[in-house]
Design a protein around this ligand. Sequence first.
Ligand SMILES: Cc1cc2nc3c(=O)[nH]c(=O)nc-3n(C[C@H](O)[C@H](O)[C@H](O)COP(=O)(O)OP(=O)(O)OC[C@H]3O[C@@H](n4cnc5c(N)ncnc54)[C@H](O)[C@@H]3O)c2cc1C
Length: 156
Amino acid sequence: MTRPDFDVIVAGAGAGGAAAAYYLGQAGLRVLVVEKARLPRYKPCGGAIPRPTLARFPFDFTNLISAAPTAVRFTFSNLPYVDLPLPDRPIVNVQRSQFDAFLLARSGAEVLEGVAVSDVAEGVSQVRVRAGERSLIIFNLDNQLKIFIFRIIIRY
Ligand SMILES: Cc1cc2nc3c(=O)[nH]c(=O)nc-3n(C[C@H](O)[C@H](O)[C@H](O)COP(=O)(O)OP(=O)(O)OC[C@H]3O[C@@H](n4cnc5c(N)ncnc54)[C@H](O)[C@@H]3O)c2cc1C
């Protein structure tokens, strides 16, 4: 049986994909991240991240943090606003292009950029992912555990 090219292929190198790639790599899996944009790609986002999220990674994010707000203002149209004080500064702001690239670089995953995942085909004995001109094998169907992981990832 042909050896799989990768154990897992992650579509998208956003924060979600990069974090998934990191944890899957930590679990000993061979991971490919396929990103349809060129990296680093701009992401429209406030970039507000709770500190407990950062604490899930063994990295020093200090150089990526541009602000740590002391309050959040809720406002709409001309209505009176409400300020919620954040004395412990539990949220920080980052530039997503930098943050996502930082995580991806530390994931240990192989990266294919400027290529979109266009199809996932589950055959009799293999699962293949089409990314641009490439057709990559991720699972041989004799390994039920990997198929289980694959389905979870596709679902979420
Ligand atoms: C205006 C705005 C402000 C926001 N502010 C905040 C905030 O302050 N804090 C917060 O936590 N969240 C915020 N969000 C939400 C946050 O941006 C998203 O929840 C987050 O980006 C999701 O991360 P992700 O990695 O799942 O997806 P994304 O960051 O969107 O990454 C998905 C990646 O997949 C790639 N892709 C898509 N299809 C394919 C394909 N077929 N093949 C290969 N690659 C593909 C895309 O190019 C993209 O790079 C905001 C969102 C918006 C729109």
